[in-house]
Design a protein around this ligand. Structure first.
Ligand SMILES: [Zn+2]
Length: 201
């Protein structure tokens, strides 16, 4: 299996532990970003996170729960999602000798209704499309911007047009390695020029 890093909120830690117990600790980097790295050099910050935390992982599993969205991230104490944003950003960073990870978003059951909204009829092409709510209400932008890559033509995105891969928890745990492999293969796809990385301080 590919070596994975897991980006999660502490409220969802039992899902992280479940994965490591089920799939074996040798398949994971069991670490989380736990400090701020003070530097004005963004590339340096990404390099430190990659080397010290992501290490030799090639896929980042992003656990999508109730606390990992752009909007949930802010309160009067500041940005509560500081760490997962930088874990995802460093995962997307294509460093020298430490290349970009594939990104696999795993939707927890408590988020199914919020993200999977059924199908709708498209007036543009006359087909049915899945209504999948990946936006600031459900995820951080490091994920949504690379799930709906732009520029984009047409009315819907095919799987080949996305860098991030999305799966429900129940589907994922039935066949984890196959989904991890799909995310891994995105690293070699021709989407690399479309990957977007937010400028975070
Ligand atoms: Zn359409």
């Amino acid at each position: 299996m590919r070596k994975c890093f897991i980006s999660y909120k502490k409220e969802d830690i039992h899902y992280k532990n479940y994965l490591i117990n089920k799939l074996g600790s040798e398949s994971f980097i069991d670490k989380s970003l736990d400090r701020t790295i003070e530097s004005d050099n963004g590339d340096y910050v990404m390099q430190v996170i990659r080397e010290e935390y992501l290490a030799d992982s090639t896929v980042t599993i992003f656990i999508i729960g109730e606390h990992s969205s752009e909007k949930e991230g802010y309160d009067n104490m500041g940005d509560k999602n500081y760490f997962i944003k930088r874990e995802l950003k460093a995962s997307l960073h294509n460093g020298e000798g430490n290349t970009r990870n594939g990104i696999l978003g795993v939707v927890l059951p408590s988020m199914y209704d919020k993200i999977y909204k059924g199908q709708y009829y498209c007036r543009t092409c006359g087909n049915q499309h899945n209504y999948v709510d990946i936006n600031d209400d459900t995820v951080i932008r490091e994920f949504s911007a690379n799930y709906y890559l732009k520029p984009h033509n047409g009315c819907s995105w095919s799987e080949e047009e996305r860098y991030c891969v999305l799966v429900k928890w129940d589907d994922f745990i039935n066949n984890p390695e196959s989904y991890i492999e799909v995310a891994f293969k995105k690293r070699e796809s021709n989407l690399k020029d479309k990957v977007r990385i937010r400028n975070l301080r």
